[in-house]
Design a protein around this ligand. Sequence first.
Ligand code: F0G
Length: 467
Amino acid sequence: MPKHKEPFNFHPKTIIEPFKIKAVEPLGFTTYQERLQILKKAHYNLFNVRAEHVLFDFLTDSGTGAMSAEQWAGIMRGDESYAGARSYYAFRDAVHGLTGLPHVIPVHQGRAAERILFSFVGGKGRTVVSNSHFDTTRANVEHSGAEAVDLPMRDALDFAKPGPFKGNMDTAALKAFIKERGAKNIPLCVMTVTNNSLGGQPVSMANLRETYAICRANGIQVFLDIARFAENAYFIKLREKGYADKPVREIAREMFRYSDGCMMSSKKDALVNIGGFLALKDSVWAEKARQMLILGEGFVTYGGLAGRDLEALAIGLDEVLDEKYLQYRLRSVEYLGNGLRKLGVPIVEPPGGHAVYVDAKRFLPHIPPHKFPAQALACALYAEAGIRSVEIGTLMFGRKDEDGKFLAAPMELVRLAMPRRVYTQSHIDFVLEAFAHLARGKSKIRGLKVVWAPAALAHFTAKLGPA
Ligand code: F0G
């Protein structure tokens, strides 16, 4: 057989959804008048809106994907034995096969892996460095008493400027930081692939390799936060020199060579609705993690999951590395990003692997940060079209300083995170029409004010009203 056998006898431009649909769910249709009432009752906080009142839900790509027929078959095959279940071994072998890491510990979701790890790696006086900690990772580091420091490459915060690997660590800053803080105070470096907090941007293999070499030379362990590892691996194939002809599975394996362990939220790139794991080399750390696991999650062969969850997870880890799937996945996010750009809607450039981030600061310049422009845009998008997104701006990250002075967040973004294998191209075309409508009437979008907010993680429960 020829090596590069083409699938078709022509060159299609359309990248199709590489699946057909076996079970369907109705979309939540509501009227404009109903949504105005729903928004008011939800205090202009989309976390308070019932999912059945949402037409397209881009709140998150976490746990919202569709499983395959094979995964549903795995659900039926799940072994629910308390200890030593066959499903655990299927899961363990899948994780080991992918990562090469000897100790594999199941948990119920990503943040459980973080809580367990930082319970003994963190603590007062210690610092964890990262290209960018995800919110829960940062919260778990800080909860342990340690400090979480982000060292992203400089361009990452220039949202209008495209670049192939804007998820990278600033390795010069890393070296300087280690020198200043002292390597003995830094037990761990976390590389988040892709970098969710800064636009779902990928990290290059060269950057993973260099970061690992720096950390190794200083006795610092490197863990990958691999929630979206397959998307990152496919970006490397598309964008990094020397990887175009490598199977994405091999690229993923190479990523793990530049690490001592990983944390996984399986709700993303393991294509399941719940689950996670911690995998690592260090036997002493692994033993400590297992003790914590038993304390909070469950026995070492199920870790808070049912056997059926482990079975579906093992299958998902394999399916996610299918290149037809990954091509469709990145292409569909890019399709949304390109469409928005054409409408003149400013986005974080380039579109990420799992989401497009609309830059509300540039889209709604008439709304100042203290009137929550990104939240105002998210609410308008829901009111006009029934589309749910999430604010990453002053509602999420705004603070007050010691004198009670208001401090805005550095960004005002609206994230449209794409669930995996759920929506089709016509759905995205509808979203683009909704944005075209919003863009025409954007000067009419008004700011919001906070009526009530709790002390921490305000964005989940805060109550707002028109400013
Ligand atoms: N790490 C990254 C990079 C994440 O994006 C998430 C979750 C976690 C860890 C925590 O995993 O939710 O399974 O406990 N991100 C979701 C999101 C919530 O919407 O981006 P979890």
